[in-house]
Design a protein around this ligand. Structure first.
Ligand code: ADE
Length: 236
């Protein structure tokens, strides 16, 4: 899978993703991340890409020209018109199922905004998906883009090792993860729950499921309610 990020801060994207699991997948040629500098498409002698908003108000707006020209260059390079995800607090909240949809694409363009946003006409021309990573405002779309790329990349076949992907499955049952422990069995007087040392697999599974339910109920009552409605037999 190929990610194309349109940004004013290409180093942020490449520095962030060329490490850890995404870095390993890029080196192995399983996925690619290309950061396209929108500033390269400025027609201004000072390479400016923003201007004052029509109608007045605080902040600057990214101009349509450089954004659209950058996209058209990507289109020319890959020979198709890929989906464009615009990272914005004014979008649908990012979810695991959205990530599963994006993972089906061969090429995915991610557009990062800055300042007070991007000229609406550029968005109308090229954007297919408006995506927010949560109800808070960051200084730009680069960190959100990295969140999306990281999440989607772990769904791309070959990015995770078998062991790593086995761990992924447990979230998809709609519950939060149960607590994990490793050696030593006694850490400064805090011991590991007895059942985990018992070797009794059925009891261990039961304990983990109970802990997952407990946590989900506490931290994500919305997810818990949904789980209860989908598994009524467990709660009768
Ligand atoms: N840009 C600034 N804040 C953002 C958010 N919460 N999600 C996506 N893009 C953003």
């Amino acid at each position: 899978m190929n990610f194309h990020v349109m940004t004013l801060f290409p180093d942020m994207i490449t520095d962030g993703l060329n490490t850890s699991i995404t870095g390993r997948a890029i080196k192995a040629g399983i996925m690619s991340v290309t950061a396209h500098d929108i500033r390269d498409y400025s027609d201004d002698k000072h390479l400016k890409v923003d201007d004052y908003p029509y109608g007045g108000g605080a902040g600057m707006v990214m101009r349509a020209g450089p954004v659209c020209d950058c996209y058209e260059d990507i289109v020319k390079c890959i020979g198709s018109r890929p989906r464009v995800v615009y990272m914005t607090p004014q979008g649908y909240t990012f979810t695991q199922s959205m990530a599963e949809e994006f993972a089906k694409e061969e090429n995915l363009v991610i557009l990062c905004g800055h300042y007070e946003g991007i000229d609406e006409r550029a968005l109308e021309n090229i954007v297919t998906d408006y995506v927010s990573i949560g109800d808070y405002v960051l200084t730009g779309g680069e960190l959100p883009a990295m969140v999306v790329i990281d999440t989607v990349s772990r769904l791309v076949p070959g990015v995770l090792s078998n062991e790593e992907s086995a761990q992924t499955e447990s979230f998809s049952d709609g519950l939060l993860e149960y607590p994990q422990y490793t050696r030593p069995a006694d850490y400064k007087g805090k011991t590991v729950p007895e059942v985990l040392l018992s070797g009794h697999h059925a009891n261990i599974e039961k304990w983990r499921h109970e802990k997952a339910l407990e946590r989900t109920k506490k931290y994500r009552p919305d997810m818990y309610e949904e789980y209860v409605s989908k598994h009524p037999e467990e709660f009768t």
